[in-house]
Design a protein around this ligand. Sequence first.
Ligand code: ZN
Length: 253
Amino acid sequence: MLNITGIPALQDNYIWLLQHEHHAVVVDPGEAAPVLDYLQAHSLQLDAILCTHRHHDHIDGIEELRGVYNVPVHGRRHPKNPHITHDLREGDRLRIEELDLEFDIIEVPGHLDDHIAFIAPQTLFCGDVMFGGGCGKNFEGTLTQLHLSLQRLAALPTDTLVYCAHEYTSYNLPFALACEPTNPDIQQRITETKDLRVANQPTVPFTIALEKSTNPFIRCTSPELIQTLQNRGLVDTSELAIFTALREWRDRF
Ligand SMILES: [Zn+2]
């Protein structure tokens, strides 16, 4: 039985810890201390580190963790990420023996060039590409790439649980509602998200199904969303033009 726990870190990051018996693997440890504390408190042994991309809030804990546990770091090699010991590329399979778990690896550029996602049955670790009701910023690569990356994640089975790296849902939903003011799923998610956050509960993971009904960045064919953007002056209603307009509006929202 695999347990997945979100260890809160830094301002609003989650470091995901996967546990089977006394074995553990962490995803994107942006700091070491909360991971070390958790491992010690639960008598766990760290077996591997997974890395979705090289932003500091995802990798800054790796060196210290490896000083304690000399474990492999699986991710996509990049000149600016010195931590990766095992390079992963599109189409690779990663087997974690200690967890009896296998991941399919896909490359999902558009936030950073080296961004990958780890996919196991009903489980997705997508770093900063998809967030609750939103998506990552386009720091490297093109919006075409980011759009395609999101499309690929959205095409996963709808019951897939999405473990993204930030608690951003409550920041994203007001924008989603501005895009589709009468979408009842967005209205309901805003209420549920508010209740969770008041109770200090995470809004992550969430399902692909929920994203498909509420996340504007994978709803570029929604008539209400298109109408909203047309009302704001958009003429080209191709999917990429819609996506581009959304990302630009969101950056100023
Ligand atoms: Zn990032």
